[in-house]
Design a binder for this molecule. Sequence first.
Ligand code: AQP
Length: 341
Amino acid sequence: MNRIFSGVQPTGNLHLGNYLGAIRNWVSLQRDYECLFCVVDLHAITVWQDPAQLRASTREVAAAMIASGIDASKHIVFNQSQVSGHAELAWIFNCVARLGWLDRMTQFKEKAGKDKERASVGLYAYPNLMAADILLYKGTHVPVGEDQKQHLELTRDIAQKFNNDFGVEVFPIPQPLILGAATRVMSLRDGTRKMSKSEPSDMTRINMTDGPDDIAKKVRKATSDPDLLPGPDALDAGAVPEAARQARPEAYNLLGIYAALADKPMAAVLEEFAGAQFSHFKAVLTDLAVAALGPIGQEMTRLAADPGTVDAVLREGAERARAVAAPILDEVYDVVGFLRP
Ligand code: AQP
């Protein structure tokens, strides 16, 4: 059976991008794959996290998965720090990956900013931990957003190098799964920046727990432009040309969100709103977003009031994850030459 590993960091403010770009896709993958869905708290602490907030965010991400329709009785939902094999395998991969490989990672450069001397070592080695997350379970497929493609390439390089160095076929070479229309949801205030949990302004994103009033306000105030909405003649071979997107980033971002929420191709959405005013389109978009996120947000709020249920899911998930990981880690330790009791 093909096996998927994927994760979300508990870094607060789960948003529509996390939902459309990740969690919603996971729900449909459950049918065809054996899945491990992880709240990656070890990754989260590569930048400072307030401990109380980290605990709350860990529960919130788990609640979002459950509320969105992930079946934690059939698949494995857990938080990463409960399975020590992630950190153990990551150490081995720190010794397999080359500095030159990590030096090329663009996300480190973006996240570390100008002063990379002050970034944590963990932030730099983050892709090695991601490789460990996947390969600890011999994951065969990884659903990735555009931004994670480079890290998955590194995972593939690590798996290949480990197998070559030791002359074994221990690790599969995991395949990327790029899914869904909205692989990249952009900020509501700046269509050239990714919608992000860590963006200080709450008006840049629709949170998964936002109620109808907040959603309506954020969509109404979302940046637009003075023109009417484009029609299907804007497309080239069924896709929005890069130049058109760059000329009207906010318009195409909102249209893309609509297409993803309505599960319609962009051509159909452009047909529907060709020549419309933003005010009309935004009202329809608001209704759609409220209908899609409302029930999920309500269930997340209910689960937030019942942390015992969420903790039990994570505990049981971690037990099952440990059981899958244990023989794989034993095999790796044996290959490396570690003496075991
Ligand atoms: N804007 C986005 N559009 C589409 N997908 C997105 N994802 C994140 N932002 C968008 C996808 O959500 C999953 C979990 O992401 P993550 O928790 O690992 O963190 P991230 O990618 O760094 O996302 P954020 O929300 O911007 O968090 P911060 O601000 O903490 O860095 C991934 O599959 C990601 O592709």
